[in-house]
Design a protein around this ligand. Sequence first.
Ligand SMILES: OCc1ccc2c(c1)OC[C@]1(O)c3cc4c(cc3O[C@H]21)OCO4
Length: 350
Amino acid sequence: SELYHAQIHLYKHVYNFVSSMALKSAMELGIADAIHNHGKPMTLPELSSSLKLHPSKVNILYRFLRLLTHNGFFAKTTVKSNEGEEETAYVLTPSSKLLVSGKSTCLSSLVKGALHPSSLDMWGVSKKWFHEDKEQTLFECATGENYWDFLNKDSDSLSMFQDAMAADSRLFKLAIQENKHVFEGLESLVDVAGGTGGVAKLIHEAFPHIKCTVFDQPQVVGNLTGNENLNFVGGDMFKSVPSADAVLLKWVLHDWNDELSLKILKNSKEAISHKGKDGKVIIIDISIDENSDDRGLTELQLEYDVVMLTMFLGKERTKKEWEKLIYDAGFSRYKITPICGFKSLIEVYP
Ligand SMILES: OCc1ccc2c(c1)OC[C@]1(O)c3cc4c(cc3O[C@H]21)OCO4
């Protein structure tokens, strides 16, 4: 009946957080690493002892694994025990392979950061946030400070955040390999808000002749040293951007509203102005396709939009919104290419 399905729909959304927290627990316990290192399907007792859990926790581990297996993070098979009996054993799936540490595809630090209390606790004041007249993020409403100020004053949170960004950047390696043409012909590139240089290092590896500059706030790049073709420059992207043949803006503009994004794009346009028509700005961000029939992808993109809104007063943009922003910044042409996962690569030309 309609009432039955409406209840399932509502209750499922109430308890989605349990699936998020079960995933977080799997990451914290290192379940994916244990199964990966076991080298073959792993039974529950083998997994429990590998995780050094107290025997009383074996059934708790089973209940978490049952939910995570149902959600596609593990799969069940059977193995023969020494006595020749069939035993249930667990194997990794493509999703839990993203939790195997040490691999370039490991996203554990993103799971840790995105599900850290500093990202969740703010939701306790959402009603107050909706009813106040101040324009501030939910994070500021809850903590009294801007998220970036919070990161810059708490080195553990800053390194947790940077580890998360670096994890996502490592996956960007696949995008670079699939889109070499975007970087060919460039002699220099400045990675704006490039943090600790994760992306610049990937570009430098793939294109050693490109002179890469990582540009971020002084307290982020201050004590970082590069090499002959990879250097770090401190500054304020809202004032000016160091000049180069190309400016890279990966996961930056979605942190900022249109007015501030326009400022960053105009400064980026200035930075490539010496290259005339050959200069370009490369934006890596979500481009929401409202006509997409991939409801799961759109749900993730709209969830990211609310995360950016509540933490940065930022936004994820639709294709039309990107077009308006790009033209308002004075650029003449752009090209959007979907890249690995849920983001797009937008080449913008003066
Ligand atoms: O554009 C930058 C950018 C890109 C992604 C994310 C950002 C900001 O903040 C929200 C987020 O969900 C988040 C919050 C975090 C974190 C990672 C993390 O990933 C997500 O580590 C600590 O807190």
